[in-house]
Design a protein around this ligand. Structure first.
Ligand code: GLC
Length: 524
């Protein structure tokens, strides 16, 4: 079976995937202890959307009365002068399964911020001495050390005052996939861990480990059921921890309902579609939210001028600062299109550049870009700038403050992704009254609706197929509506009123945690 063709079966799968079922009340014990295990969390270490999701979801769960904490590595870039830490455990011995070098020694420290406790696993060689979060050949060891470090921390401190034995461990992406696997195998008889249920969230199915999962030889194929290789064994780098996370966790979620459906097809399933169909009873989709307190155009201190839904006219001043910042013609009537985010082929940056290149001379518009990433995409942007120096401003490096300038002063953002599990930037943009032009895929499909000039409903411009023609059409539609000030204002209001605060989604995660407990119990 290559793909599912029966509409009846597709509908049945969709139904299961769409909603997290309500759990029987006896399985809803009230307050839960939840531990997020991730490679990044704002504000300490941030590369992509995962960092803000982990942080803001933990904050929301705490506001609901739960005790949600976070566990990440202590990278050298985390400044203990800025984030004061206290020692929780010194000299934690983490087994490696390698007789020649049986333990790695770590410390666990913590920092409490905004009411959320974040634990840091400290190890000089694997985290402290590394300038970046990702990209080392021994990453599989670094993440195995993280997940095993978490399990050792919980079990070794069980009887101590500093203990934290969670009800739920919430793992994220392939880097966290070994945790449910260790828990079900090496630690299956460890008393302290016996009641813990696991949730595994897929933020991006494309990354499954440090190898090319699409071209793996039969000999190296990992079905996820063998033992996890010892830390220093080269086999560890060939094990598919995305697959293992999916197989061994109690429930799996991904960050939008549409992506949850898409990954059950060969087109988006990254070779795991059949597995996901098989396990569909435990796979759910919950859309990401954003932190509405931190991201608020009325209070954002990074903006030149604050504004709200009733004072959209004030954005003019921000537009001027944005034009100044990027050395563009100062013109309040000029529509500014923006791109904020990682420069990755996933995001369709190449498609965007090729379309803009043809449009910039024909239409009255400016374009600004912020965000670092792949070299070949940086080069495309630099060429675009060279070809249209007066119309284009680029900043092809990661930056924390410039995106806010774009949100505060630009009119539209482009997000033409090849695939998109959720996407955070379109949510942030809408919150600031910036209109998204997006492809009808994954989380973009679930969060942006096409603006209809007659009914005046909709929050952006949505196009279907990944090609120049469709994106070109969507941008032209946006530029036409922009000329009608009344319609544009209505569209901005619609976008600003679309609510993507965590309220709803955190409630869905709560249901998911109860469901995980129920499924774990049923499996025993
Ligand atoms: C990954 C996905 C993105 C998602 C984010 C947070 O970066 O590519 O779509 O929004 O994770 O879940």
């Amino acid at each position: 079976m290559d793909s599912i063709k029966s509409p009846k079966l597709i509908r049945a799968i969709e139904k299961v995937i769409l909603d997290v079922p309500q759990t029987r009340s006896e399985n809803r014990p009230g307050k839960l202890k939840i531990l997020f295990v991730a490679t990044e969390s704002s504000p300490y270490a941030r590369v992509g959307g995962v960092a803000s999701v982990v942080r803001s979801l933990a904050l929301s769960l705490n506001a609901m009365g739960h005790d949600a904490r976070v566990f990440i590595p202590k990278y050298g870039s985390i400044d203990e002068q800025v984030y004061k830490t206290t020692m929780v455990v010194e000299g934690l011995k983490v087994p490696t399964d390698d007789p020649a070098n049986p333990f790695l020694i770590c410390n666990v420290k913590k920092n409490v911020r905004g009411g959320v406790t974040t634990y840091f696993l400290e190890n000089m060689e694997y985290y402290e001495l590394r300038a970046n979060v990702y990209g080392y050949t021994d990453d599989p060891i670094r993440w195995a050390l993280l997940t095993r470090g978490v399990l050792e921390f919980i079990s070794q401190t069980e009887d101590r005052p500093e203990s934290f034995v969670p009800d739920i461990i919430h793992c994220n992406d392939w880097q966290g996939g070994s945790l449910p696997n260790y828990l079900k195998t090496v630690y299956k008889n460890t008393e302290a861990l016996a009641k813990i249920s696991t949730v595994f969230t897929i933020h991006n199915l494309k990354f499954q480990g440090m190898f090319d999962h699409k071209n793996v030889s039969e000999m190296d194929f990992d079905d996820g059921w063998s033992d996890i290789a010892p830390f220093f064994d080269p086999r560890l780098g060939k094990q598919n921890f995305m697959r293992r996370g999916i197989v061994h966790s109690d429930v799996v979620s991904t960050v939008s309902k549409s992506y949850a459906k898409e990954i059950t097809t060969p087109e988006y399933g990254e070779t795991l579609d059949k597995l996901l169909v098989e396990l569909r009873g435990k796979v759910f989709g919950i859309v990401n939210g954003i932190d509405y307190t931190e991201l608020d155009p009325q209070k954002d201190t990074l903006l030149e001028t604050n504004y709200g839904i009733r004072t959209l006219g004030l954005r003019k001043k921000n537009k001027e600062s944005l034009q100044k910042e990027f050395d563009l013609e100062l013109n309040p009537d000029m529509p500014i299109l923006g791109f904020v985010g990682r420069l990755d082929s996933q995001k369709g940056v190449d498609l965007m550049v090729s379309v803009l290149d043809r449009m910039l001379d024909k239409y009255t518009m400016q374009f600004v870009q912020v965000g670092g990433g792949d070299g070949w995409l940086v080069e495309l942007l630099q060429n675009l700038k060279k070809a249209h120096p007066k119309r284009v401003g680029i900043y092809p490096y990661p930056n924390f403050t410039l995106p806010r300038l774009v949100f505060g002063g630009a009119d539209m953002i482009i997000y033409p992704s090849r695939f998109e599990p959720c996407g955070v930037v379109q949510l942030e943009a809408m919150r600031y009254g910036v209109i998204p032009i997006v492809r009808n895929v994954g989380g973009l499909k679930d969060t942006v609706s096409n603006f209809d000039t007659v009914s005046q409903k909709g929050t952006g411009f949505v196009f279907d197929d990944f090609n120049d023609f469709d994106l070109y059409g969507a941008i032209v539609r946006a530029l036409e509506v922009y000329k009608n000030k009344g319609l544009w204002k209505k569209l901005q209001e619609n976008a600003m009123q679309a609510d993507f605060s965590w309220g709803y989604s955190a409630g869905e995660y709560e249901k998911l945690y109860y469901r995980a407990r129920e499924l774990k119990e049923a499996a025993q």
